[in-house]
Write a protein that binds this ligand. Structure first.
Ligand code: PLP
Length: 383
């Protein structure tokens, strides 16, 4: 089955009782047993819920995975992966991670004895130099947030396989429509389902996919034991949203390419970060491992002016000033004060997240309105 057909049909089936074509919302906490311990595979809804099960099967299919698990948030999913580790274990992670991931690693798990190395994962020599006999995991994002750097998943998978540890990839920015990390040798793929998979800015959810039965069993055990499970209503909303993932991603990609080109040509703009540009340092790797360049564009204004960036972010009319990304509506964010505020300024600056950087989640509105909005905002700065 091809991607668009899977988005609509994989994992779901008409309700056996009524024929309802849409997966019912099984709003229940428990299930009646015929005899003690004798049930239909569902005992208590923290462990399993039929609405969630169908979503998990659907999302697994989109990542070409044998197994999928849904969590109450993206952070809940990441938390489950780190709970595979023990005190003394080491993790090699990217140096421009999602701010919440950095916060969890440094402020929760470093206190519990896990050691994190934050490095540039696109430099394989640096990666190899940080491998020790205690390394258990590489945690990668690509494209990265918000500077859209690209790391070579197959190359990292090779390092992980050689060292006998796992590679997990946060695939939130690409979505499974554009990139399938398991196909390039990753062990675990993670999504903030909140973003493109849900697509409508109305749900917070996370997911993990893997092809390894033993990893799946351990992660399912953690999910049931620790309780970061999503509810059936949210599962229903994501099942509904994901049916148009392929249509939305196509539109996000086309609009983002046009926005990136427009920004690059505007005199008030400084640097534009977009992996679709042929002179982007990660372009060749992106073209190899992705089927398109996604819906995210970041940029600075002339002289990296923070004042101009803040003024522009507040003046746009079609782009809403908000955290998050991946919904149908266009958003503008100021990472230094919003998504990346929990990262120390020095570390932030070193990763290119300067105070004047703006990040766009380009939505699926008509492109002319998006360009007009940006043009009005940028032209207004001159005055
Ligand atoms: C939003 C996001 C997360 C966290 O997911 P939540 O659903 O907000 O908990 C993790 N990684 C990336 C890249 C994200 O954009």
């Amino acid at each position: 089955m091809k991607f668009g057909t899977k988005a609509i049909h994989a994992g779901v089936h008409p309700d056996p009782v009524t024929g309802a074509i849409m997966t019912p919302i099984y709003q229940t906490s428990t299930y009646v047993q015929e005899a003690p311990g004798q049930h239909k595979g569902y005992a208590y809804a923290r462990g399993k819920n039929p609405t969630r099960s169908q979503l998990e099967a659907n999302l697994a299919a989109l990542e070409n995975a044998a197994y999928g698990l849904c969590f109450s948030s993206g952070m809940g999913a990441i938390d489950a992966v780190i709970k595979l580790l023990q005190p003394g274990d080491e993790v090699i992670a990217g140096d421009d991670l999602y701010g919440g991931s950095y916060r969890m690693f440094t402020q929760i798990y470093e206190h519990l004895g896990i050691r994190f190395h934050f490095i540039d994962l696109s430099d394989l020599a640096v990666v190899s130099a940080h491998v020790t006999e205690k390394t258990r995991l590489i945690w990668a994002e690509t494209p990265t947030n918000p500077t859209l750097r690209i790391v070579d998943i197959a190359a990292l998978a090779h390092v992980a396989q050689k060292g006998g540890f796992w590679l997990a990839v946060d695939n939130t920015f690409a979505s499974p429509y554009l990139q399938n990390p398991l196909d390039w040798g990753a062990d675990i793929v993670m999504h903030s389902v909140t973003k493109y998979l849900s697509g409508h800015s109305d749900v917070v959810m996370g997911a993990l996919m893997t092809n390894q039965e033993s990893l799946y069993a351990r992660l399912a055990f953690i999910l049931n034991s620790c309780g970061a499970n999503p509810g059936p209503m949210d599962s229903f909303l994501v099942l509904r949203g994901v049916k148009t993932l392929h249509l939305r991603m196509k539109a996000h990609g086309e609009n983002a390419a046009a926005v990136a080109q427009f920004l690059r040509n505007h005199p008030a703009v400084g640097r534009v970060y977009y992996p679709g540009f042929s002179d982007h340092p990660g372009h060749a790797v992106a073209a190899k491992q992705m089927r398109g360049f996604g819906g995210m564009v970041s940029f600075t204004l002339q002289n990296d002016s923070e004042k101009a960036a803040r003024q522009l972010a507040s003046s746009l009319k079609v782009f809403s000033l908000a955290e998050s990304l991946g919904g149908v509506e266009s958003l503008v964010g100021h990472p230094a004060s919003m998504t990346h505020a929990s990262i120390p300024r020095e570390r932030r600056m070193a990763a290119g997240v300067v105070d004047g950087l703006l990040r766009l989640s380009v939505g699926v509105e008509d492109i002319d309105d998006l360009i007009d909005d940006l043009k009005a905002g940028l032209d207004g700065l001159a005055g």
